[in-house]
Every structure is written in C-alpha cells, then in structure tokens.
Write a protein that binds this ligand. Structure first.
Ligand SMILES: [Zn+2]
Length: 235
C-alpha cells in the first residue's frame, strides 16, 4: 500500500474528496492512485514495453514517473497546473521520492524544467514544471536551472492531438547560453522535469537539443504522471 506523505501542511481537508485530512490527499484517495511502481522500487520505465512503445525516447536514457495520469492523480496535477495549488508540488514530489529514494537512485548533476511559452507564462504567472523542479531539487539536494531553454512556438500542447504534438515539438525550442556551463564543465547527467508526459515528443526534442551540443550527456526525464496511450486507458 502506498502511504500518502505525512507532511504537516496548512490544509484541513483532502483536495480531492474534501473530507477532513491533515495531508493534501487523504489515504482513501491515495489508495485509488495507480502508482507506476511500489514505493522504493522505482526503475527506468522505458524498460516497460507498454511505456517504451508509447513514449518517444530516442534521445532519452531513462524515464522516471510517479503514477499513471488517470483519476485521481490527474486531478492533482490539474489543480497544480491551473488552480495555483502550489502545495501539491510538494505532495507530488514526496510521492516521487517514495518511489525513487535518494539513497537508491543514481542522481543527475542538474535538473532542467520544461520551459513554457512567454504568452502562457504571462497568463498563468507560473510554470508548474518549475514548481515541481524546485521541490525535487530541495528534496534531492540538486542544482536546477530555470532559464536553460526558450520556447519559440506559442501553440499550447494540451490543445493538440498526439500527431499534432509530434509536429509542434519539432524545432519548438532553442537553448540559452548558461554562464555556469560556459565557464565550467557541462553537466554529465541531467534530468528534464515535467508534470506529465503524453507522447514524449516535447522532452525528447529537448533531449535532442541537449545532445546536439553535448553528445555524451546522459539525459533522464523525471515526470509526475504518464498518460496511458490509446487502447491502454485505465479506469
Ligand atoms: Zn480524499
């Protein structure tokens, strides 16, 4: 059984069922989440055939995620993404940490959040991937870099179908020069951070851009949820 993280937080009700709870998600709701691996037994999810065939990963060495992006986990990410529920970034990362404990996980040198378009940032005032990245960096004691890439295409991923996302992701990003990388050695191992991976095209294209500059770089993707491919929907 997955144990909902026991962090002292100012909420008094479960964000999903609204019943009394000292944690953002009560144990009853947490039991309904479809976790991808038992706590402490996290692995490279690209070793799972159903995930490897659905997620683009030609430039990605490893994929790590907490749960399937289905009820009720999708509601948590949606609340973080669209309703300013920043408490959930901490909860989601605690859940990730339970599956990938610090002492059992080979850690990257740098965490890189998936960037957001300026237009979207202006509308929302925050990037949920950055909020997740900040929480992960604190828990794993890792460096992170928020300004490492810039989106050059303003179309929104979640409004596109799987095929349209594939086209949209191509050449949608350009990397920014980073002072620490210019003056020192580039990181050998990085993790791209996102809230949800659906087709994997976005993170795979970001990984391709990194590989173009640093061919020997080991690139992982850390995400909170993975969307089941069509035909693999879980109810
Ligand atoms: Zn609940």
């Amino acid at each position: 059984m997955f144990t909902t993280p026991r962090r002292v937080l100012p909420n008094l009700a479960c964000l999903l069922c609204k019943q009394a709870s000292r944690t953002p998600v009560c144990q009853w709701c947490a039991d309904d989440i479809q976790w991808l691996a038992p706590p402490g037994e996290g692995e490279n999810l690209l070793l799972k055939p159903d995930i490897a065939t659905a997620v683009a990963h030609s430039h990605i060495h490893a994929l790590k995620a907490a749960a399937w992006y289905s009820w009720p986990f999708d509601s948590l990410i949606h609340a973080l993404k669209f309703s300013h529920k920043f408490t959930l970034a901490d909860y989601l990362c605690d859940a990730f940490l339970q599956q990938y404990p610090v002492n059992q996980t080979s850690l990257p040198d740098l965490l890189l959040p998936v960037p957001m378009t300026y237009r979207r940032y202006w509308q929302r005032h925050y990037n949920q991937a950055v909020e997740i990245c900040k929480a992960l960096a604190a828990k794993y004691q890792l460096r992170w870099e928020p300004q490492w890439a810039q989106r050059t295409d303003n179309r929104l991923q979640h409004t596109l179908g799987r095929e349209a996302r594939k086209q949209h992701a191509q050449q949608a990003y350009c990397l920014q020069p980073l002072t620490s990388w210019q003056t020192g050695s580039p990181p050998l191992r990085v993790a791209i951070i996102d809230d949800v991976v659906t087709t994997g095209q976005t993170v795979n294209n970001l990984a391709a851009a990194l590989k173009a500059q640093w061919p020997s770089m080991v690139i992982e993707v850390w995400t909170m949820g993975i969307t089941p491919a069509p035909g693999q929907r879980r109810c």
